[in-house]
Design a protein around this ligand. Structure first.
Ligand code: SF4
Length: 111
């Protein structure tokens, strides 16, 4: 008797889940701009000295020691999304948007 890797019921269930998840993923990508903005008071943001505007960075804070003029979120390797948008997703703050003019202590140059 020939064996199938999936039972008919498993196949139907998998297809139904894939069909339901597809639009969610597409919508999630298409609506990145609808994500909430990262608050500077967010504990994760505070831990990394994140600021919305690099001009507001406290240069006396030891965590800003690596900062150099010209660095901001728009040219950080961890920024994602549409370069034309003022607020964009960041790998380090999933589910939130960071300001293109922002900065945090893990800034790293793009490729
Ligand atoms: S990791 Fe980069 S893009 Fe994300 S908040 Fe920090 S500096 Fe901005």
């Amino acid at each position: 008797m020939k064996e199938f890797p999936l039972t008919r019921r498993q196949f139907i269930r998998s297809a139904a889940l894939a069909g339901a998840a597809g639009p969610l993923l597409l919508n999630g990508q298409a609506r990145a701009e609808d994500l909430p903005r990262l608050s500077e008071d967010d504990p994760a943001a505070r831990a990394l000295l994140y600021v919305h505007d690099v001009a507001d960075l406290d240069l006396n804070n030891p965590m800003a020691a690596r900062f150099e003029p010209g660095q901001d979120c728009s040219n950080c390797v961890f920024i994602e999304g549409d370069p034309a948008a003022d607020w964009r997703p960041c790998t380090y703050f999933p589910g939130k948007l960071v300001s293109n003019r922002g900065w945090c202590a893990i800034w790293a140059p793009q490729g």
